[in-house]
Write a protein that binds this ligand. Structure first.
Ligand code: ATP
Length: 412
């Protein structure tokens, strides 16, 4: 384990230094100190680690204050959970500082009530055995792995296993987490664990807030194997439990998520994923699910527009470029791009790469100079000029000036 921890390909040397600084301070405060969870799991798998989750037997907030005093940075504290986030100086990086704790659930799906406890108790409250290992950082125990739930054996067998039968009922977000690890590492759910994703646990999903559900779905969508994960949660009845209208992900659309986004369209993988996922839904169902999953207005608009555009495509096919442009201009660019990827309709590509940038050379100031009073007619004239460019009626400045003269000439 120590060899893995000293491997700069797995843990950059500045993080190694950071951990030893934290451990020294914790030791000076008499607090046994551990890194836990994904850190230990990924290190044992020989994968680079990112997040540092530090658990102390003592008071994580006190340790956090001391770290800020000694090394700078900022602290965000959560007194209710006895946790703190140490934002490192001159960097976007942070370390989670956690007081070892016990958790009890007052009702299924609720946030837990917590009490300070030992590291062993803290490991017992965790989701799966592979995430319930701790690595001691301070004092003589440095480098020792605590693995009371046989996480290392499950890592070697490639098995995801909950720690007790009520785990998914207490917190059904663990179902999503299980599927993330299963696909990410090519592991399998232990048979008893899979059987616990039963109607009782699925029912609790129903009462979970939209915000918590979307957070879990977002994390899935960030993963390279996201589509496989969505199909898997669908097969376990999770999607239907979230809402009966939740569709499956059309696997034909999977490759689109890997497209390198040329055409200067800024493509956010999550937004693209939700668009492809919901693109065949009716307007009403898009709105229902956007509400259930607490979508932001921006995400709702993107998904709604993609679904509407895809459905409306047969009515747009024969339009002139200017008509396409004015129809598309109201929609988010990413939604148009998504429908282009699915339909390969060349007008959509022309709009994205050319038409939306086409403007007449004349502007409002020019119209004023020609003696026109600003008003609605300004916009109409500029639109007519733009349409003429888009539809190929104009090809140079002289032609535009000629058209402009005819447009502003007094009408007889
Ligand atoms: P990932 O690589 O997906 O980020 P991680 O293990 O770092 O995995 P986090 O969400 O950062 O995941 O959580 C850190 C640790 O906290 C986990 O390893 C696990 O031990 C514990 N944990 C997180 N969420 C839960 C939960 N819902 N129930 C129980 N334990 C949890």
């Amino acid at each position: 384990m120590l060899r893995l921890m000293r491997d700069p390909n797995l843990l950059p040397s500045e993080k190694q230094t950071l951990l030893s600084n934290i451990a020294n301070l914790a030791a000076s405060l008499g607090m046994p100190c551990y890194v836990v969870g994904g850190f230990v799991r990924d290190l044992l798998l020989g994968r680079p680690v990112n997040d540092l989750d530090v658990v102390v037997e003592g008071d994580a907030i006190k340790l956090g204050k001391k770290l800020v005093e000694t090394y700078g940075g900022k602290l965000t504290t959560h007194f209710k959970f006895h946790t703190a986030i140490w934002h490192l100086p001159d960097s976007d990086d942070f370390v989670d500082l956690i007081t070892a704790r016990k958790e009890t659930y007052d009702r299924p799906g609720a946030l837990p009530t917590i009490t300070p406890a030992t590291i062993e108790d803290d490991l017992l409250r965790r989701d799966f055995s592979i995430n319930a290992m701790a690595l001691r950082l301070d004092g003589e125990g440095f480098g020792e792995v605590l693995d009371p739930l046989k996480g290392q054996t499950d890592l070697e067998r490639g098995v995801i296993q909950v720690l007790h039968p009520k785990s998914f009922v207490d917190d059904p977000t663990r179902i999503f987490r299980a599927i993330r690890y299963e696909s990410r590492y090519g592991f399998a759910l232990d048979a008893d664990t899979q059987a616990l994703i039963n109607p009782e646990a699925l029912k609790v999903l129903h009462s979970l807030s939209g915000e918590r559900l979307r957070h879990e779905l977002d994390l899935i969508l960030d993963e390279p194997h996201s589509v496989q994960m969505i199909l898997r949660i669908a097969s376990l009845g999770v999607l239907a439990a979230i809402h009966p209208k939740m569709p499956e992900f059309n696997a034909d659309h999977e490759d689109f998520l890997e497209m390198d986004m040329r055409l200067d369209v800024e493509a956010d993988r999550r937004v693209m994923s939700y668009m492809f996922w919901f693109i065949d839904l009716s307007e009403a169902d898009v709105i229902t699910l956007a509400n259930r999953l607490d979508f932001t207005n921006e995400l709702t608009l993107a998904v709604w527009a993609a679904a509407q555009l895809k459905r409306g495509m047969p009515h747009l096919i024969d339009l002139r470029p200017s008509e396409w442009t004015y129809a598309l201009e109201k929609l988010p660019l990413l939604s148009i791009y998504a429908v282009y990827l699915i339909s390969r309709e060349s007008a959509l590509l022309s709009y994205i790469s050319i038409w939306r940038h086409v403007k007449p050379q004349t502007n409002g100031d020019d119209l004023k100079k020609l003696g026109l009073q600003p008003g609605p007619r300004f916009g109409e004239i500029l639109t007519e000029l733009r349409s003429a460019w888009l539809d190929g009626v104009l090809s140079n400045k002289t032609e535009e000036e000629e058209l402009l003269r005819s447009l502003i000439a007094p009408r007889s």
